[in-house]
Design a protein around this ligand. Structure first.
Ligand code: RB5
Length: 148
């Protein structure tokens, strides 16, 4: 499975640890930046990873900023993307199983690297359950399609 990862300056250091963790587990990782801790703007990287998913360059994504909020908000502006910001593994797992989220986001100012790795593992190990959940996700897509 191919994982796209992105971050702003606050998320840069944590990203390095997450990339190592993912590679150790056999994932192919595509790093969409930012590539240093120099101050930058999180929407740029949220959009890059979201587009990579929509274009089929990667299967799923991980986004990191200070809180996970800004970068996930940006990713969610890309049509078809469901990015979930969370700070614990249970929500990460259910965001795949029930919401078919393609991106997990979290904050380097909110959680530490160990918890971040647990969140990533739960997210990547879970599978969308379909059925009634697919109907609900389809309703989310309908909302998106009604927007001008
Ligand atoms: C940067 O200071 C900070 O605003 C950003 O990393 C993120 O937390 C935004 O949601």
């Amino acid at each position: 499975m191919k994982i796209g990862i992105g971050n702003d300056h606050v998320g840069y250091e944590m990203k390095q640890e997450i990339i190592d963790h993912l590679k150790e587990r056999g994932y192919e990782v595509v790093d969409y930046g930012a590539y240093s801790s120099e101050r930058c703007n999180y929407p740029v990287y949220g959009e890059k990873v979201a587009n990579a998913i929509v274009n089929g360059e990667v299967d799923l994504g991980v986004l990191i900023c200070g809180t996970g909020v800004g970068i996930s908000l940006a990713a969610n502006k890309v049509k078809g993307i469901r990015a979930c910001v969370c700070s614990e593994p249970y929500t990460a797992k259910l965001s795949r199983m029930h919401n078919n989220a393609q991106i997990i986001a979290f904050g380097a100012r909110v959680i530490g690297p160990e918890l971040a790795m647990m969140i990533v593992d739960e997210f990547l190990n879970a599978e969308f359950q379909g059925g009634r959940h697919a109907e609900r996700v389809a309703l989310i897509t309908e909302i998106e399609n009604r927007q001008k």
